[in-house]
Design a protein around this ligand. Sequence first.
Ligand code: PEP
Ligand code: MG
Length: 323
Amino acid sequence: AQERYSSIREKPAITVDGKRINLMMNAGLMADLPSLENSGAEGVGLFRTELQFLVRNQMPKRSELKGLYQRVLEAAGGKRVVFRTLDIGSDKVLPYMKPTDEPNPALGWRAIRVGLDKPGVMRMQLQALIRAANGGPLTVMFPFVAQFEEYRLAREEVNKTIERERRLGHVLPSTLEIGAMLETPSLGFAPLKFFEEVDFLSIGGNDLKQFFFAADRENERVRRRYDTLNVSFLSFIERIVERCDISGTPLSFCGEDAGRPIEAVCLAAMGIRTLSMRPASIGPVKSLLMRVDLGELRKIISDARHRGDQTVRPAVMQYLREL
Ligand code: PEP
Ligand code: MG
């Protein structure tokens, strides 16, 4: 499939009305890295670090992690890599961690909640990342942040780890960006101060949709029931874009919808300028982006919203058919 898009692989994704969209890839295992070349991705917008924890049967050592992260950065050859700290719990359970018996794991003790309550593993991971960066730039993102305070505490952990590494004589990253994933509706309503403090935000659409519509992403009965192009969801996306514009916060979208061409062009029309997706989706998404006028698409979306449509999909499909 990637052959089909090879002619546009090296081209930037620029829409008919001249908007430049950054297309990044999601990764998590070493095997994903060759795709950085093949897909034309501009970097790794989401590196799911838990995957390397999930494929083994004991907790990796700090030195092993450092080696892994170093190889990831080397393979990226200077392109941006956004390392997401461990997102475990819920659907991702480590075989060597005592399972917690929770009635609703998706709403339970997971991701940054574990990282803040039991910071040992997160600290080890941060040290490994700092050492892997070896004096180069480092970008870290915390998953499942639901309120400002969680971001602040996580950021403090990073600062403490930097200080410890400095004392130990390790070289520190040349630049350090610390972002958060926006995966719970609550964070969209966080104080503007949060948007100002965070270095960047990435919308985790898979979890965000699950919590926005209260529909389990793992449950076949309900998971496709609500459309990403539902006007309520798009209004929420619009709100986040507006807040980020006010505070000058870089914003991306890294859920599965970023890799679906129709959804992707609509997210771009709502003002999202960076999309991170599975590598094989970059060609198809870029190809459609290069054929649409985001201004026109935005107008079609807002007309559908004013008419009271439940989802803008039919109106958008009509526009795309006429291209
Ligand atoms: C998301 O929730 O959209 C996301 C990118 O993270 P994950 O799918 O790993 O939960
Ligand atoms: Mg998620």
